[in-house]
Design a protein around this ligand. Structure first.
Ligand code: GLU
Length: 472
C-alpha cells in the first residue's frame, strides 16, 4: 500500500495545530478557523490550435469570517487541490495578521504558462473567469483574485474585462480583482509590493536587538549578506530594494538554470538585464557558477530568502542550512518537519504569512481605491503643499534666513499615491511584526515566530466570529 506523502497542506495544518493549543479556544471554533469553507474544482475546455484542451482549475475559499475573500491565482503545472487549499488557508491568516478585512482564498490553473502563446493564455484566463462568475466565485464583495506565481497584471486586466462584460453597470466592478495595470484601475506600487513588504519585514526584525543578538548578529539590516532563491517578481524586488534601501549584500542567486555566487555582491537590476538579454543568470560577469542550484540554499549567509515555490527546504537539506535567518518570501518554502530541525539549530524563520503579506496589503489599498473611485492623495496633495509652503515662508520671514529651491521642494511636497502606498505598507509591516513579537514574548511556551504569528491570527479571527455571532 502506498504511503501518503507529507505535503504542503499537511505542513500548514500541522503548524496550525501546534499554535492552536496556545489559544485556549474551543475545539469547534478552532476547527472552523482551520478548515476550508468551499472548494470549487473545474474542468473546462479551451481551443488550442485546432485541438480542444481540457484545463483543470480551482478556486478555494478558505474562510468567510470576513468578506470578500481574497487571494491570488496561480498558473503552474504543479497545481493540485491540496496546494490551492494550503495557499487559501495561509491567505486567511495572512490577512488577519496585517489587519486587512478579508477572508482567505486562492485559485490555481494547472497549466505551464510558458508553453502557451499570449492569445492562448488570454482564452484560458477569460474562460476561467467565466467559470468563476457562473458559481459566484468572483466579485468585489465576494471573492477578489490577484496575481500569484505565473500570473501578473496582464492576466488581471483580462479578468477585469471579462467580469465587466457580464457585470454591466455594476458601480464597483473594478474591485473584482487587484494587481491590475495602473492605467486600468490598478494602484501604483502594487507590482513591487510583496518584495517591498519582505524588505520592510526583514528590516524590522533586525531593529529588535533582543531577537538579533540571540542569533549572534548586530542589529540593523545594513551590511548583512543575503542569498535569494528565485528571481521572479518577489525575489527580484526583495533583492533590489534590500540593496538600494537597506545596503544589504546579495552574494548568491539561484534560478531554474542554475545558481551564481559573488562574494562582493550581485547587482540585482544588472542581473535581471543579463538574464533578459542572454537568457541565463549564469552569464553574470565575475560570478562563480555553483555546481547545483540547491547548493545556494546551503551557503553561509545572514539571510536566506526562498522566493520561489513551497517545500524547498525539507528534511533532506534542512540540516545543511547555514543561514541565520530564513525570510519566507514564498508561501510554504519550509516544510513543518524541516522547521523542527532548523529551530533546534537556532535558525530564525520569518514566517510567510507575515513576511509576504505586502502583496495583499497593497491589494487592499487598490480595492479601497476602486471602491472610492479616487486616487489616493488627490484631495490633500495640493493642500498639504500649500500649508508647508506657508510654514516655510513664515519661518523664513521670522528668522530672516532662506532655504534654497531644492530644500524648499523637499520640505513642501504633498504625498502622491506611491508615497502613501509605500508608507501604508511600511507601517503595516512594522506594526504587524510588533503584534507577533508581543505574543512571542508574552507566551513563554511559544518558541518560534511562526507559532506566534498563527496565534496572533487565530485570536483575531476568533474575535471576528464572536462579534459577528455567525453561529446559529
Ligand atoms: N498572491 C499574493 C499572496 O500570496 C497576493 C494576494 C492578493 O493580493 O490578494 O499573498
Amino acid at each position: 500500500m502506498s504511503k501518503k506523502i507529507h505535503g504542503f497542506y499537511d505542513s500548514v495544518l500541522e503548524s496550525f495545530d501546534k499554535a492552536a493549543v496556545h489559544t485556549g479556544l474551543p475545539k469547534g471554533l478552532l476547527e472552523q478557523i482551520k478548515l476550508c469553507n468551499a472548494v470549487y474544482r473545474i474542468n473546462f475546455p479551451v481551443k488550442i490550435g485546432n485541438k480542444i484542451e481540457v484545463v483543470e482549475a480551482y478556486r478555494v475559499q478558505h474562510s468567510n469570517h470576513r468578506n470578500p475573500t481574497k487571494g491570488g491565482i496561480r498558473y503552474s503545472s504543479h497545481v493540485n487541490q491540496e496546494e490551492v487549499m494550503a495557499l487559501a488557508t495561509l491567505m486567511t491568516y495572512k490577512c488577519a495578521i496585517v489587519d486587512v478585512p478579508f477572508g482567505g482564498a486562492k485559485g490555481g490553473v494547472k497549466i505551464n504558462p510558458w508553453k502557451y502563446s499570449e492569445d492562448e493564455l488570454e482564452r484560458i484566463t477569460r474562460r476561467y473567469t467565466v467559470e468563476l462568475i457562473k458559481k459566484n466565485f468572483i466579485g468585489p464583495g465576494r471573492d477578489v483574485p490577484a496575481p500569484d506565481y505565473g500570473t501578473g497584471s496582464r492576466e488581471m486586466a483580462w479578468i477585469l474585462d471579462t467580469y465587466q462584460t457580464f457585470a454591466n453597470g455594476e458601480l464597483d466592478s473594478a474591485g473584482c480583482v487587484t494587481g491590475k495595470p495602473v492605467n486600468q484601475n490598478g494602484i501604483r506600487g502594487r507590482t513591487e509590493a510583496t518584495g517591498r513588504g519582505v524588505y520592510y519585514g526583514i528590516k524590522e526584525f533586525f531593529e529588535h536587538k533582543d531577537l538579533v543578538s540571540a542569533i549572534g548578529l548586530e542589529p540593523g539590516i545594513a551590511g548583512k549578506t543575503m542569498v535569494i532563491q528565485g528571481l521572479g517578481n518577489v525575489g527580484s524586488y526583495t533583492g533590489s530594494i534590500s540593496q538600494h534601501e537597506g545596503d544589504v549584500k546579495v552574494i548568491s542567486v539561484s534560478e531554474r538554470e542554475g545558481a551564481i555566487y559573488k562574494e562582493d555582491g550581485i547587482d540585482i537590476e544588472k542581473l535581471l538585464k543579463v538574464r533578459k538579454s542572454t537568457g541565463s543568470i549564469l552569464n553574470y560577469p565575475g560570478a562563480k557558477k555553483l555546481k547545483t542550484r540547491e547548493e545556494a540554499l546551503e551557503l553561509k549567509c545572514d539571510i536566506l530568502v526562498p522566493a520561489a515555490l513551497e517545500n524547498q527546504i525539507h528534511v533532506g537539506n534542512a540540516k545543511n542550512i547555514k543561514a541565520k535567518v530564513i525570510a519566507e518570501a514564498a508561501n510554504g518554502p519550509v516544510t513543518s518537519r524541516a522547521e523542527k530541525i532548523l529551530l533546534k539549530k537556532g535558525v530564525v524563520i520569518l514566517p510567510d504569512m507575515y513576511l509576504n503579506a505586502g502583496g495583499v496589503t497593497v491589494s487592499y489599498f487598490e480595492w479601497l481605491k476602486n471602491l472610492s473611485h479616487m486616487r489616493f492623495g488627490r484631495m490633500e496633495k495640493r493642500f498639504d503643499h500649500n500649508t508647508y509652503l506657508n510654514l516655510v515662508g513664515i519661518t523664513e520671514r521670522l528668522t530672516g534666513k532662506s532655504v534654497n529651491d531644492k530644500e524648499k521642494a523637499f520640505l513642501t511636497r504633498g504625498a502622491d499615491e506611491i508615497d502613501l502606498v509605500r508608507s501604508g505598507l511600511e507601517e503595516t509591516m512594522i506594526s504587524s511584526f510588533q503584534q507577533i513579537k508581543e505574543v512571542y514574548k508574552r507566551k513563554r511556551k511559544i518558541t518560534d515566530l511562526r507559532t506566534a504569528a498563527f496565534v496572533t491570527a487565530i485570536n483575531k479571527i476568533s474575535n471576528d466570529y464572536n462579534s459577528l455571532g455567525v453561529f446559529p
